[in-house]
Design a binder for this molecule. Structure first.
Ligand code: NDP
Ligand code: 8X3
Length: 256
């Protein structure tokens, strides 16, 4: 029960890395604030956690692109959930995999608004709670795509380069406080990510994870748990984690 009594706010908790992190945190005794757009998914997860781990959960159905909506919902978090200790900025997505001159403006807007502005909005709204008590831990989920561009990754990669820059900036800005910021950059993790990227094309999405053993969302969740349970004076600033079969963004050893 490494997180007994801690309150964790996880964005993008309705699937993949966010859901797995919520589960590992629930198993370790945390109280959870879970945010995503799909209400039914969040409700199912909260019900199951209450049954299996006796977890207390506050759900926020919201779109991280909408600041006013986030402000209202975060400001009205019930008193017994307000004293947040850990923020996992995980909500994010890729849309499309095309050359820059073929990409859709709407896809670009969705990625920039979700991956960059969404992360900033949530951080802006939660930071005062951390500053007031001079403690707290922010974990930003970046990507290997935020360190190396791959063909047709253009705008998605740019948003994740931005996440990396923001994590580094936050570490500097919070320096002098007890507030920690950790940047976690995963390589290939099997989640709904590729289905979202390929707009529901399951066959194409499945190809991304064939011929090697990709990371699971629980691999990332356990790393996040490790980072947020270290002693107060120990800060992991940055983590790059890939499947063993992945050397770089473009070199993945596959046996088909
Ligand atoms: P999933 O598609 O499984 O999960 C994405 C989560 O983000 C969902 O819970 C989704 O919830 C939420 N989300 C997306 N858009 C919004 C929005 N506008 N408002 C609120 N919530 C939103 O993918 P992953 O778990 O893989 O992705 C999680 C993070 O990990 C992302 O930031 C991704 O870029 C990053 N990442 C993923 C990698 C991978 O290979 N899978 C590798 C490196 C990084 P809902 O749709 O219900 O709103
Ligand atoms: C997601 C992993 O390599 O598809 O960030 O960009 S990748």
């Amino acid at each position: 029960m490494k997180l007994n009594g801690k309150i964790a706010f996880i964005t993008g908790a309705s699937s993949g890395i966010g859901e797995a992190t919520a589960r590992i945190f629930a198993e370790n005794g945390a109280k959870l604030i879970l945010l995503a757009r799909r209400k039914e998914r969040l409700e199912e997860i909260a019900k199951e956690f209450a049954h299996n781990y006796d977890t207390k959960t506050h759900l926020i159905t919201a779109d991280v692109r909408k600041f006013d909506e986030l402000k209202e919902k975060i400001n009205s978090i019930p008193q017994d959930f307000k004293d947040i200790d850990i923020l996992i900025n995980n909500a994010g997505l890729a849309r499309g995999l095309e050359k820059i001159y073929e990409g859709a403006i709407s896809d670009w807007e969705e990625m920039v608004q979700t991956n960059i502005l969404g992360l900033l909005y949530i951080t802006k709204l939660v930071a005062p709670i951390f500053l007031q008590k001079n403690s707290g831990h922010i974990v930003n989920i970046g990507s290997l795509a935020g360190r190396a561009i791959y063909p047709n990754g253009n705008v998605y990669c740019a948003t994740k380069f931005a996440v990396k820059a923001l994590s580094e900036s936050m570490i500097i800005d919070f320096n002098g406080t007890n507030i920690k910021v950790t940047n976690v950059d995963p390589g290939l993790v099997q989640t709904e990510f590729s289905q979202v990227r390929f707009k529901g094309d399951k066959t194409r999405a499945e190809q991304v994870y064939k011929g090697y053993k990709p990371l699971t969302p629980f691999d990332i969740a356990n790393i996040i748990l490790f980072c947020v349970t270290l002693p107060e004076h120990v800060l992991i600033q940055d983590i790059l984690v890939t499947p063993t079969a992945q050397a770089t963004a473009t070199i993945v050893h596959k046996t088909m």
